[in-house]
Design a protein. Sequence first.
Length: 423
Amino acid sequence: MTDSTIDQPVLHNGSQGYRVPLLINDAPVLKNHQQEVRNIMKSEIYCDDEWASIGVTTSIDLIEQSAYLLTAGTMSGTIPHTQPEGSYGLVFTRPLGVVLGIAPWNSPLFLALRAVIAPLATGNTVILKGSELSPRTHYFVAGLFAKAGFPPGVVNFILHRPEDAPEVVGYLIRDPAVRKVNFTGSTQVGRSIAQQAGLALKPVLLELGGKNCCIVLKDADIDRAAEAALAGATLNICMSTDLVLVEKDVVDEFRAELTKHLRSKNGSAYRLVGLKSQSRVQALVSDAEAKGSSAKSSTEHQTDSNLIPITFLDNIHSSMDFFRTETFGPCLGIVAVSNEDEAVKIVNDSDYGLSAAIWTRNQYAALEMARRLQVGAVHINSSTVHDEATLPHGGTKLSGFGRFGAEWGLKEFVETQTVIMHA
């Protein structure tokens, strides 16, 4: 912990004018090394060129947006009105100290950078705990800041064996120097981290799992909705589309359009990281089929590998594990609903609350419906998969709490101090 603690005053006492040029330097450094990190990601998580490129472009945007927000005065203090005559109230923001960032493997460049950039921008030092499934990508992120000119010890990297995770993470959380933890990953692990942080009375920022629903109303553009739902189901990320709640009047039409788009992906299969992931997804599909669902896939299941075909399951209902369990694989379930009220109830009855989508031609009705959904983000006439550096990102319920992104994300890593001056 020595490096992070010693070098914390370097950023704490340094002005925003000191930190902004360093942050801006990160963008061209990443651009100059983008092919290197693309190749690393493809070798570690088996992603394609498109996903690797998205990781690079979104990361550059995150860097530039974070630097812009500092120059825009977003984190400046305020001077609120105070009651005693001749007095002035000054509210300052200041860094917390050392922040522990724990990043996952599935979007390793962007999510590791996200774990570091907001704490760093606001004057904290960071310990980045990498994933054993994407160690080289996460090591690249840690080294990026040194290349941009940040002092040694400002960003620190730690990696360990999977079986050592409870001991290592517990030690770091208990260390008095660590003032906050941010974690992106599973709800199960997030709960454990929150419990340990709670015992130490330390705040946490958690972005966890999701059971994300795409709602298709009867006046929707069915073809576009089917295409977006299928695309949203094929990514191993927390925002992936798991369920499509379709009004019964158009469920046959939606099923036909979804089948058409599935045929266009004939032969496609997605490689999950680890055979356990393949077994878990296959178990959800098998349980649904045993309870009355029918499955259509882009190709045959490969029982002896970690390849999973794109699959959609019809007639999903609440007795099936697929109905309530996060899939984290290229599978999509169709649920026929009587009306929008039933769709809202299904979304809100879920233990999760990360992302949702609504498809309709009535924008006003969609906005009204969106306000009823207990989720962190709602996307109207789009996929459940969307995040960008100018927006807050996070969930409700078992999907976590707190927000990454933009000014909301920066404010997660500062504390306020009130000073009242009397004449």
